[in-house]
Write a protein that binds this ligand. Structure first.
Ligand code: TXA
Ligand code: MG
Length: 349
């Protein structure tokens, strides 16, 4: 069933949606980051359906979504001062914290047998309402087939997942477009396992210290032990081969991209900042300008839908303009490096 939230003003429909969750069905719902594909986090059978629907590896744990801070104590324990400070500062919001898991509440398939649990409290009003009225925590990964870009708009999601869930709730395009910042506190230092809208700098301001996990930009070796299992897997990738290009100097960067457009034998699509199209010398049909004037918020918001669009144009190569690894740029580059499977070129100045 498809529900447009703006028109779902009557409580009967909300009841239907929440009953689906209570009864162990899957629903797709919006959050401020990306859409989630959710199930009752207390029901291991329902959670199993998420893994099946996404084709997700069984050792990649899920985030548990809650609607208020009191719920955290029900699923996690031994919360430290540093963790509490992060929770108080960044929740609700685009922030996930890995905590020590309380025994016998959240089933093992949510956390894939780990003794930790990922907890997130979305600030999106639709997500909040559904969690509150369902009366249970909701386990939810991003709404996409595993390995594909996360779902940030309803058309993409319906095409990919509609047949696999009991309800889809349309809340418009995702506000942020990149998944939440995932943090684990290790020896009292917050470690960013996955960068997002909440930046390492913001975390440092609150705690006085922060670390970015090596795997955020590095390529993971086959047998390497990682803090966050999701980092091991192929991610955010269109079918078409991609190349990521960045240069501190904008002219160098534009020159490198235009060189590829001239020399590549085959169809090329470029994703970049609108102002650069003319200098790259590419036709409008093959250029996806997803933001203006170095606006990283817009770049992050539109990148996943652009990757899907670029795939549909039917190119042999997608060239993506990179951004500076600073602020939100850290999250954008983390996703794009994986999108391109580390096929990355940096212009030297
Ligand atoms: O913004 C988001 O976080 C979205 C929305 C729907 O909330 N969700 C999302 O979930 O991106 P997913 O499953 O696509 O990504 C969750 C990431 C994965 O990389 C997973 O490995 C990691 O969080 N994770 C989950 N539980 C963990 C744990 N106990 N320890 C370490 N990493 C964990
Ligand atoms: Mg995901």
């Amino acid at each position: 069933m498809y529900y447009n939230w703006k028109k779902t003003t009557n409580t009967d429909e909300l009841k239907v949606i929440c009953n689906l969750i209570k009864n162990g069905e899957l629903i797709i719902f919006p959050t401020e980051t990306v859409y989630g594909i959710g199930a009752n986090a207390l029901d291991s059978k329902a959670v199993g359906k998420i893994f099946l629907a996404k084709g997700r590896a069984s050792d990649n744990p899920l985030i548990v979504h809650i609607a208020n801070k009191d719920s955290i104590d029900k699923i996690a324990e031994d919360i430290t001062d540093v963790e509490n400070k992060l929770i108080d500062t960044f929740m609700p919001g685009p922030f996930t914290i890995i905590l020590k898991k309380r025994k016998d509440v959240i089933p093992d398939n949510v956390t894939c047998g780990l003794d930790t649990v990922a907890v997130r409290m979305p600030r999106n009003i639709i997500a909040k309402t559904i969690i509150t009225f369902s009366g249970v925590p909701i386990a939810a990964p991003s709404a996409n087939i595993s390995g594909k870009p996360s779902g940030t708009n309803i058309e993409d999601i319906r095409k990919e997942l509609e047949s696999k869930v009991s309800a889809i709730i349309d809340g418009g395009d995702s506000e942020i477009g990149l998944e939440s910042t995932v943090v684990k506190v290790i020896d009292e230092v917050p470690v960013v396992l996955r960068p997002g809208k909440i930046t390492p700098e913001q975390i440092r301001e609150v705690i006085g210290d922060v670390r970015i996990d090596n795997n955020v930009f590095g390529k993971i070796k086959n047998d390497e032990k990682v803090e966050s299992p999701g980092m091991k897997y192929k991610h955010y990738a269109p079918v078409t081969k991609c190349e990521l290009i960045y240069g501190e100097d904008e002219r160098d960067l534009v020159f490198e991209i235009s060189k590829r457009v001239r020399k590549f034998e085959g169809n090329i699509v470029v994703i970049g900042f609108k102002e650069h199209r003319k200098d790259i010398r590419i036709s409008e049909e093959r250029f996806l300008g997803i933001a203006s004037n170095n606006n990283l918020e817009d770049y992050g918001k539109n990148i996943f839908s652009a990757l899907r669009k670029a795939d549909k144009i039917g190119a042999n190569l997608i060239v993506i303009e990179g951004v500076k690894k600073e602020g939100l740029g850290i999250a954008i580059m983390n996703r794009l490096l994986r999108t391109c499977d580390y096929n990355y070129f940096e212009c030297s100045t």
